[in-house]
Design a protein. Structure first.
Ligand SMILES: [Zn+2]
Length: 372
């Protein structure tokens, strides 16, 4: 390297100033990542060496990738071949995090600007956002748990959200099912929810399935999704989600509430050590054994909390970050505001996942699955 060479890395703000003055800014990310939005003035280029050979940029060029690491390596390699190139430090994540301008079509559609506050997290970044855009999540039940989960998943940019629920909005739902308004009492929940989620984020697909999930239709309706969010209000549906999760090898994010308490866990059949829902509750309880939400009651904010925890676990699974609640049952007592966690091991005698496993969790009776 010549001592007169400019630094290999350039601050995104300086890169924007240089690009505005005519310096070529090349976006090296994948086509899928670029679809989420591009920096203003950036060109989509897969092979910068080939592009430079054809274009011969007088003052060199700026290279932009997702996090600034790949562009740094490429800029460095190009320098050694005598091609002037600088890497934009921190990549697209830093560009968005600093609020630098994006291509107009992106700003109109929401695009990266919409997700700026999470793209600037290194654990998410532009690559993670593109991953969310490609993700498909199904919510079984759009009630007390499904309503907050759906809102946050749509806001986060999950590309396709499928809603399965055969119910209509009842006035007694409104205390906790925050997707619905008083004027929508009597309308089908999936239709109202679809409108609401599309209004929140026009960039995602929402698919409404006004059916009751059961063991028969579950495999067909749940196949093709990346995560199953269990917000069912009845045991047959919940066991159908669990069995389909095992059969289709799709993780299930479980949540349940009653009165002032709730619980959350992730059952991920892709992990050999993960328990399944039947490790916790081997068979559905006899009718009447467990009080329903309507009988036991629930403070509206409790399904809100649990549904949001389910949304959080879902996003972590989709992004492949953090430690999911696999093999752990999180119990929330909102009255004491006491959170505790039980180790939930795979049950050797489980009718769902059987075979090998460790110690069995001794448990109390199941909570009403009622999302309400
Ligand atoms: Zn099991």
């Amino acid at each position: 390297m010549n001592r007169h060479d400019p630094p290999l890395e350039v601050d995104p703000r300086q890169a924007f100033a240089l690009a505005s003055a005519g310096r070529p800014l090349l976006d090296l990310r994948s086509a899928a990542e670029r679809m989420g939005g591009m920096a203003r003035g950036a060109l989509a280029v897969d092979d910068p060496a080939d592009w430079a050979a054809r274009t011969l940029p007088a003052d060199g060029m700026l290279l932009l990738c997702a996090l600034g690491q790949r562009s740094f390596r490429i800029a460095s390699a190009l320098r050694e071949r005598g091609i002037a190139a600088q890497s934009v430090a921190g990549g697209m994540a830093a560009w968005v995090g600093l609020g630098l301008p994006l291509a107009d079509e992106v700003q109109v559609g929401g695009g990266l600007a919409r997700y700026a506050r999470q793209i600037c997290l290194p654990e998410v970044g532009a690559a993670g956002q593109a991953r969310l855009a490609r993700a498909r999540v199904v919510l079984v039940g759009v009630g007390g748990l499904g309503a907050p989960a759906a809102l946050y998943l749509a806001a986060a940019g999950v590309g396709r959200i499928t809603l399965i629920d055969d119910d209509v909005v009842d006035r007694s739902n409104l205390q906790r099912q925050v997707l619905y308004s008083d004027s929508e009492v009597g309308l089908r929940k999936v239709d109202v929810a679809t409108r609401r989620l599309r209004a929140l984020n026009p960039g995602i697909d929402v698919i409404a399935i006004p059916q009751k999930l059961d063991a028969h239709n579950a495999p067909g309706l749940l196949a093709g999704h990346d995560v199953l969010v269990d917000g069912a209000d009845n045991f047959p549906a919940r066991f159908a989600v669990s069995d389909a999760s095992r059969r289709l090898a799709i993780p299930m994010v479980y949540g349940a509430v009653e009165r002032f308490s709730g619980q959350v866990a992730v059952f991920d059949p892709r992990h050999v050590d993960s328990p399944c829902y039947r490790c916790l509750f081997p068979e559905p309880p006899a009718p009447g054994e467990v009080p329903s939400c309507a009988e036991a009651g629930v403070l509206g904010v409790v399904p809100g909390m649990i549904g949001m925890l389910q949304a959080c676990e879902t996003l972590k699974l989709l992004l492949g970050i953090g430690a999911p609640l696999v093999g752990r049952l999180l119990l929330v007592d909102a009255l004491a505001m006491h959170w505790r966690e039980l180790v939930l091991a795979r049950d050797v005698e489980c009718p769902g996942c059987g075979s090998s496993g460790a110690d069995r969790l001794r448990r109390t009776s199941p909570l009403d699955p009622g999302s309400g």
